[in-house]
Design a binder for this molecule. Structure first.
Ligand SMILES: [Fe+2]
Ligand SMILES: [Fe+2]
Length: 231
């Protein structure tokens, strides 16, 4: 699979295949993540659905090192980027690092030890097998697009659960993600060529399902991918 992924930037994908090191104090899991179903990770007195939903969103944010890596790869393979795109992507890398910190601190503020909550790494595992621009395609069309509406819903949820500071932080993250989507799509439209008749969203779903099937997971519909792999 990796052999055919010579990138438009002239970098062979397997030269970029390794993920950055994870903090070894955390355990990781690599199956398709659906944090909302992982209530066994929490020692909740009463695992209320609303709280679990909010915790799921905070985990999604905390685990966005995969987004940092995805955008950093595009920056590293910068030959086709213009200066404006390079600056925008650099800002996005910084934003994603802030989202990690926001998630981590919010989990702690809600009384959990973040290090006791396993970290999902499916985003990085999936995209490390792709060229940087295909990684951008996958995160723009499925990862970020899949979760952007839910971030706002989670902000409202945080407010209703009595955590207005987390609500504000999630609103700020939502604003960032709108910017990321706009930049990502702009770069894709300029750089990425796709097979005739296919749209970016379909190509991103095909790439995602190819990865899942080759790792023994079932194929996902666009809606399922958005829910399970949204970030
Ligand atoms: Fe993010
Ligand atoms: Fe983002």
């Amino acid at each position: 699979m990796l052999r055919r992924l010579r990138t438009q930037f002239g970098i062979v994908a397997d030269e970029l295949a390794e993920m950055g090191a994870r903090d070894e104090r955390y355990t990781v899991f690599d199956n398709v993540r659906d944090y909302r179903k992982r209530d066994e990770d929490f020692d909740l007195d009463n695992s209320e659905a609303m709280l679990l939903e909010l915790l799921g969103q905070l985990r999604t944010q905390r685990d966005e090192l995969d987004a940092v890596e995805t955008f950093a790869r595009v920056v590293a393979a910068q030959q086709q980027l213009n200066n404006q795109e390079l600056l925008e992507l650099s800002r996005i890398v910084g934003d994603e690092a802030r989202h990690v910190l926001t998630g981590e601190l919010a989990l702690a503020n809600l009384g959990h030890d973040p290090r006791a909550i396993p970290v999902g790494v499916i985003g990085s595992l999936l995209r490390r097998e792709l060229s940087p621009i295909d990684g951008l395609l996958q995160i723009s069309m499925i990862g970020e697009a899949g979760n952007v509406a839910e971030i706002l819903q989670s902000a409202s949820l945080a407010n209703s659960l009595g955590h207005p500071r987390i609500g504000i932080q999630l609103q700020l993250i939502h604003r960032d993600e709108i910017f990321h989507l706009k930049c990502g799509h702009k770069i894709l439209r300029r750089i990425k060529s796709i097979p005739q008749g296919a749209g970016f969203a379909q190509v991103a779903l095909d790439i995602t399902n190819e990865y899942l099937v080759s790792h023994g997971q079932p194929k996902l519909s666009a809606r399922q991918a958005a829910r399970i792999l949204g970030e």
